[in-house]
Design a protein around this ligand. Sequence first.
Ligand code: THU
Length: 161
Amino acid sequence: MTHQKINIEFEEYDSIDQLTNEDASLLREAIKATDIAYAPYSHFHVGATALLANGKTISGSNQENASYPVGLCAERVLLSAASSVYPGVPITTMAISYRPENGKSNRPISPCGVCRQTLVEYETLLKHPIRLILGGIEGKIWIIPQAGSLLPFGFSGEDLK
Ligand code: THU
């Protein structure tokens, strides 16, 4: 028997002012993208903006459905859009923010399990880590160097071989 341990590294910032200009502007775009969320059922608006290796940015937001499970998270909307508009171009950074209609947005949220699985799929496909910037409209911000670190022991295409 050996005892194994997995560590996750991330950076914590006190506010958006401490980020580089590029990271701050991506997070601001993600906050702006909460305005294009379609969230009439949860009233929880999520926005995400990605920077691609070609220098382009693209945003996504959550898109809900009267049949609740059909709804899509902002992260997966964004990943599908990026892969459709700029196929094969690595996604280098994704900023994610949120704005509840009734409630605060003063701490980071991190992607749900399905989105983590999808982020890893695109990291693998595009052979590039996706750096995550997680922050509310105010409050602390977390930067995670590689989305895959949020999904230890994940299932992958390798397992299907
Ligand atoms: N949601 C996201 O878009 N991203 C997340 O990381 C967490 C949850 C959405 C799904 C649903 O539309 C609403 O937030 C409430 O769960």
